[in-house]
Design a binder for this molecule. Sequence first.
Ligand code: NAD
Length: 454
Amino acid sequence: MNVTVIGTGYVGLVTGACLADFGHDVVCVDRAVERIAALETGTLPFYEPGLLELVSKNVAARRLSFSTDAAPAVSRSSVVFLAVGTPAAADGSVDLRQLMNAVADVAPHLPAESVLVTKSTVPVGTGARVEQLIARLALGGRAVDVASNPEFLREGSAVGDFMRPDRVVIGTRCARAAALLRELYRPLYLIETPIVETTIETAEMIKYASNAFLAVKIGFVNEIANLCDEVEADVHVVAKAMGLDKRIGAKFLHPGPGYGGSCFPKDTRALAAIGNATGVPQRIVETAIAVNAQQQERLLEKILSALGVVCAPRVAVLGLAFKPNTSDVRESPAIFICRRLMRAGVAVRAFDPVADDEAAAALAGDDARFVHAASAYQALDGADAVVIMTEWNEFRSLDLARVRDMMRRPILVDPRNILNPAAAAALGFTYICTGRRTAARAAAERQPIPALVS
Ligand code: NAD
């Protein structure tokens, strides 16, 4: 099947490469000329494990190519995906300009009986607007169908998520479009992926409801973790035992500095804005947004209070990406912490295995006291405190004795709880974590720590 994907961001490029790997002929289109030029020379615009290999393999097999010109590719495609950005507007609503511009770009070139599929995350009602625009702009009133096929991949494991999704959601009013998309995703039928066929509106809603629910789960466990700190409980044991209940599930019960990234912050704000606009406020989601902001502030307070009053304070920040295995720093809690520490007069030296350039761009013009280090150890050399913001594997295996010896003061802030409190305490660190103060204190006092359920 001939397929065009508009937008070569995380979603568009992964979609294009994976569909090519399914055996389809795919052209990935982007209006960013440098991005397409780089892709044509085998350079990806971001870091995503396994993607470069998949792109190279399918380019070599001539099933995948890149272009800045949508018209020729669209005019011979049965399916055209829209995978452009849908960023938040200032009031939290969704800025649909990229999407509507992309629709206007492709509409005159869509062949009769093709399907225009929105993969971008869009508010309920957007599909209907796309249908109206297509009806106006499709040449000669060609019969073009519109569908919604929201994407659930996670950055850092995007290829695996696309190839083995928990479900595929297809929203359309038209049986022919549904049949075409089922055919496109046939390799997933073979591995028995559940396919949810529904209306466009329901498909659009599923995406927001799913992301918002996960954000609520994170906010919930973060509040429980904060409470654990006050009542001498260990959030790891609490979350582990909660997760053993199949009605709750173990995923997304990891406390930390709050969620970030390109999806949860904007999608929760969008759902809240949609709720308010329709007179059905989403109070749980609104609270999750507020709790998330508070969690980041709380971490900042913990760091500043551990630093106390010190001359020319210096903090090492390990990890800048919003999660490991990605170079994406959009709304990363690490960027928030760097920015706010610098504004408080703290010099920040940071290290991330892949996201240094993206972080430099995000913090450009913010403050001259932000310095990139070439390694974790270089970042923390002479620091008053080290804060591990992203749970990259290499930070899990830091040589803590070496870390202590290199630092000016042994303050170790581990908001994602990736280190062993006993090991940190035994080495004389002031160890600050999330919801495990009891475990850290018990270790410092050499008392047995309550065991995890095994
Ligand atoms: P992105 O910002 O990384 O990439 C968007 C790309 O679209 C850019 O390269 C931009 O140049 C291009 N573009 C914009 N308008 C265009 C046009 N008219 N023609 C050609 N190219 C155009 O975005 P992303 O992170 O891939 O997200 C895309 C959509 O998917 C968003 O709606 C997002 O909410 C959703 N989504 C993202 C993720 C994720 O993990 N990033 C997961 C699921 C869903």
